[in-house]
Write a protein that binds this ligand. Structure first.
Ligand code: ZN
Length: 252
């Protein structure tokens, strides 16, 4: 079995196109999306369309939830971006296409399972909104342990923090750059695997992040994309804070 997992696209069409092109080259047919298709970036409608076409399932992220329902605990820039995304999706004069996007965003599942694998946006116990940060290993190990205890599957794939890597239940966090060939082999022990972010990486590496799963091997992939275009569209959009564009260059 070989499939790709993408997450946190955040309306970054340039990054999404680059990742989908790379996935195609690797002859991967099935793609799972862990959510946050929209929010922050300049192309919500085009990203929703591509995710609808290309993924077998897309899960509900906090930004998808915010655009469809309401933003909760968002900072000012994120809140503004989610209201603008809603407006942009509403303004499309093609009614069937507009309705199809809203039906998609309103129907996103919170959890998805295949065999011994669980897929969520945030965490096993709070699938939409809980962040599992690498630092939690030191600052809040109980949060991680409680999530491992509640997992009824061996492997859980998450996004949400935009920081790729693997949590094991020591607890310990291993970033991809410490792995041999950026590959991790899953075994008997429980793991929570963060696939990173396609459209707004935050581990100081600005390249788009996603993973390919082949049998028990998880390969973490980074990909350059046209940041100039993605950032310029955000900076040129008066409804989106410039910082949402400039941060793309820094991967934070
Ligand atoms: Zn996100």
């Amino acid at each position: 079995m070989k499939f790709a997992i993408i997450s946190d696209i955040h309306s970054n069409l340039e990054a999404l196109r680059a990742v989908l092109g790379d996935i195609e080259k690797r002859s991967v047919e099935r793609i799972v999306c862990l959510g946050d298709v929209v929010g922050y970036g300049a192309d919500p409608a085009a990203c929703v369309d591509l995710v609808m076409q290309r993924t077998v399932v897309s899960l509900c992220g906090n930004h998808d939830h915010a655009v469809f329902y309401e933003p909760t605990n968002f900072n000012a820039a994120a809140e503004k971006a989610s209201y603008w995304s809603r407006q942009a999706l509403d303004e499309d004069s093609n009614t069937p296409q507009r309705n199809q996007r809203w039906r998609f965003l309103g129907g996103l599942p919170v959890r998805y399972t295949v065999g011994d694998m669980l897929f969520v946006h945030g965490s096993p116990r709070k699938p939409i909104n809980e962040y599992l940060f690498p630092d939690d290993v030191y600052t809040n190990p109980q949060k991680l342990l409680s999530n491992f205890e509640r997992m009824d599957k061996t492997t859980c794939f998450v996004g949400h923090t935009h920081v790729p890597g693997v949590f094991v239940d020591d607890p310990y966090f291993e970033p991809p750059y410490e792995m041999d060939g950026h590959k991790y082999t899953i075994g008997e022990e429980k793991t929570i695997i963060n696939v990173g972010s396609v459209g707004q990486p935050r581990d100081r590496d600005p390249r788009a992040s996603y993973v390919v799963v082949e049998d028990d091997t998880i390969e973490f992939i980074r990909l350059e994309y046209d940041i100039d275009t993605a950032a310029k569209k955000i900076i040129d959009n008066p409804n989106l804070d410039d910082f949402l564009g400039t941060r793309l260059y820094e991967g934070r």
